[in-house]
Write a protein that binds this ligand. Structure first.
Ligand SMILES: O=P(O)(O)OC[C@H]1O[C@@H](O)[C@H](O)[C@@H](O)[C@@H]1O
Length: 324
């Protein structure tokens, strides 16, 4: 976990024109091609080569597999099969997705970070906290340099806690100007079932007092889980700043924009289908979790969906970086 503007897994600088590769694989591209791809023109000698991040299936130091996506700009994104979770989105050398310093990256528990799925349940309830999608292995159905499609089908493990005929497909596309995700749920059976869905997204923050979150918050009701057993309150601010522990479900807010004055960047969370609500979570003051360098701005369908036999549900969420 690093707050450095230079991501550890995709280091580059304009002067040295070096793109570091993952340790698993490396490929070289001509410096000219690299410079052109980044819009710097073709002034460099074509004899010089740089090492670019490679796309493909990788394995981390602790044996978990992930798919690395790389686009022509040199932006990268990593998607772990365990939990089907996007753990990294690097644009221009800046990492926008956070993984907590206390996260387990070995499959012993859900990865505490990334765009973590809460499915078929959000929070506590009849089955385990945040459901099971985040701690089962998803299967790769297809991939290219910039896209991956993962699938999660019932197993004995999931059936033991939730015996429904579902099929989930999660697609991630690293586009030139955004990272697009799609969660597609199918009811493969004849009986209807209910579910909640969320991307429990962890985003990097240079420091909490540099962060504000814009969006249609003002006048919206939120469930404040930090008050007693949970209390409905009404937001009176246009932009949210966080200086205490937060655990709030903002009903009907799905257009949050993170503004980080420390790096002068915005991150827009584009929820264009399915995810109707926004959860803000930060364990303010918890040094072990690294509270000062991440915020969870979660894309959530809080009120359960009832899916009839044969029906489908789609959750579309994309991330777009901009300047402040
Ligand atoms: O600790 P977990 O299960 O990974 O979830 C992270 C947090 O997720 C939030 O949504 C919950 O309200 C917190 O209680 C929880 O700690």
């Amino acid at each position: 976990f690093s707050t450095s503007p230079i991501a550890s897994n995709a280091v580059f600088s304009r002067s040295s024109v070096v793109l570091s590769a993952s340790k698993n694989k490396a490929k070289t591209i001509s410096r000219t091609k690299w410079a052109e791809a980044r819009g710097y023109g073709s002034t460099a000698s074509s004899e010089e080569t740089v090492t670019a991040a490679s796309s493909g299936l990788m394995t981390n130091d602790e044996g978990l597999e992930y798919v690395r996506l790389v686009n022509a700009n040199g932006d990268t994104s990593d998607v772990y099969l365990y939990g089907g979770v996007v753990t990294s989105y690097v644009v221009g050398g800046q990492e926008y997705i956070a993984v907590r310093p206390d996260a387990k990256m070995d499959g012993s528990k859900p990865i505490s970070g990334g765009l973590s799925h809460c499915w078929p349940q959000f929070g506590p309830g009849e089955i385990q906290q945040h459901g099971f999608a985040r701690n089962v292995n998803w299967t790769v159905k297809s991939m290219t340099e910039t896209t991956v499609e993962l699938e999660m089908a019932p197993s004995d493990y999931t059936k033991a806690m939730w015996d429904k005929e579902f099929l989930c497909t999660f697609s991630v596309a690293l586009e030139d100007d955004k990272l697009s995700t799609k969660m597609f749920v199918e009811n493969k059976g004849e009986e209807s079932f209910d579910f909640q869905a969320a991307l429990h997204s962890y985003f990097t923050v240079s420091a909490m007092n540099n962060l504000s979150i814009a969006g249609s918050f003002k006048g919206k009701e939120f469930l404040n889980k930090m008050v007693g057993g949970g209390e409905m309150q009404t937001e009176d601010r246009d932009e949210i700043t966080i200086s205490e522990e937060y655990d709030r479900v903002y009903m009907g807010v799905n257009d949050p924009v993170l503004k980080d004055s420390g790096i002068g960047k915005t991150l827009t969370v584009l929820n264009t289908a399915g995810y109707e609500d926004t959860v803000l979570w930060n364990p303010y003051g918890n040094e072990g979790m690294g509270y000062n360098n991440f915020v969870c701005v979660e894309s959530v369908k809080f009120n359960p969906v009832t899916l009839e036999g044969g029906a489908t549900w789609t959750g579309d969420m994309a991330l777009m970086v901009g300047d402040m």
